[in-house]
Design a protein around this ligand. Structure first.
Ligand SMILES: Cc1ncc(COP(=O)(O)O)c(C=O)c1O
Length: 366
């Protein structure tokens, strides 16, 4: 292949394409197993609300037309839902796209990013894309070490990311601790509170991100329809921030970045709180079951506030991953997060959870 490295900005060569959780069809093909379950990408096993499915069916009839670029109806419904002004919202093809826009719009040469490690990989990607270094601050007890993160802030820091709950560990930091950091950040620094798993947290008062945004502070909260709302395949998420920040992100947003089916599905989802309630209930049950079974196996795990559990399998995670895969269960290995004896397992249906636990028992017994 011809050497194309001279054709791009140098920092692009430091980027590698995102490696997603292994798809079910790929495992079926490679291992010849018919019955495969995926507990690797923190998806919602209950899927979307019936109201969302019906709205999406209707929206399909109009796909010959471009979507409404501003997500008008969804914007106004969500603004009412969150009690914020419609101009405080930006929509993207997943929260991922908003992270990308935050990097593109706010970072420039000489800026730095502060984030925890391990945490969600897309923050680093956004920094690298803009040729800005990311200072990675190790977690303490698998939780954001806000004091150490604050100590890593300097006059160059432009973005301060908190994944809350944190992916891959499921831990949270509380509103008072976060506010204490926010009070100390330099004026030119923006705090990004990634709340992709917000709806799963036991006490939803754990964050005041929307209040801070309403007060005009330099905060952008990220939420998504991919997780609790069960719409990961549609790609729709949003950011909430003060007008002065959202206005900057809107400058780099692609014209029709959120498709019309996604807009319709998200809008209908908001009118069905029962679906989120069922999702929370299933997740609560799954967590209890996982904890009880892992305790019996003597495996350490991190209590989670999200829909996945971070488990120390106390041996090479890749071996455990392979063993589970051969039994038709896909999980995520910790090595990609720098934790070679950990796996991250999404909570599934009751049946899927039992299948995972019995497969894990078999693998560990070997
Ligand atoms: C912490 C965190 N933020 C953002 C995202 C991206 O979500 P979306 O599907 O909305 O792009 C994920 C997805 O796994 C995540 O774990």
């Amino acid at each position: 292949m011809a050497d194309s490295s001279g054709l791009c900005r140098k920092c692009i060569l430091r980027l590698t394409p995102y490696v997603p959780g292994k798809p079910i069809e790929e495992v079926k093909r490679e291992l010849g197993i018919e019955d495969v379950i995926k507990l690797a990408s923190n998806e919602n096993p209950l899927g979307p609300s019936p109201a969302a499915l019906e709205a999406m069916r209707q929206a399909l009839l109009n796909v010959a037309q471009y979507p409404e670029g501003s997500c008008y109806e969804l914007r106004h419904a969500l603004a009412r839902h969150l009690d914020v002004g419609p101009e405080m919202l930006i929509f993207g093809a997943g929260a991922d796209e908003i992270i990308h826009y935050i990097g593109v719009a706010l970072l420039e040469e000489g800026d730095e990013v502060v984030q925890a490690h391990p945490s969600f990989v897309q923050y680093c990607t956004a920094a690298t894309l803009m040729d800005c270094p990311a200072r990675l601050v190790p977690l303490k007890n698998w939780t954001h070490d806000l004091e150490a993160m604050l100590a890593a802030v300097n006059e160059k820091t432009k973005l301060f990311f908190i994944s809350n709950p944190n992916n891959p560990t499921g831990t949270i930091v509380g509103a008072n601790e976060v506010e204490a950091v926010l009070d100390k950040l330099p004026e030119r620094c923006v705090m990004v509170l990634d709340e992709a798993y917000y709806e799963y947290v036991d006490d939803l008062g754990y964050t005041r991100s929307i209040e801070w945004a309403k007060a005009g502070r330099n905060v952008i909260a990220l939420r998504t329809f991919s997780k609790a709302y069960g719409l990961a395949g549609l790609r729709i998420g949003y950011g909430v921030g003060p007008r002065h920040l959202i206005e900057l992100l809107e400058r780099v947003r692609l014209p029709f970045n959120v498709n019309s089916v996604a807009q319709a599905g998200a809008l209908a989802s908001l009118s069905d709180p029962e679906q989120v309630r069922r999702t929370r209930e299933l997740n609560r049950r799954a967590k209890e079951y996982f904890y009880a079974e892992l305790d019996k196996m003597g495996l350490p795990y991190t209590p989670t506030q999200a829909n996945f559990v971070w488990i120390d399998v106390q041996r090479d995670c890749k071996e455990v991953f392979d063993g589970l895969l051969r039994r038709g269960v896909i999980v995520r290995t910790g090595d990609i997060f720098g934790a070679p004896t950990h796996i991250r397992v999404t909570t599934g249906t009751d049946e899927q959870n039992e299948r995972f636990i019995s497969a894990l028992r078999e693998v560990l017994a070997k």
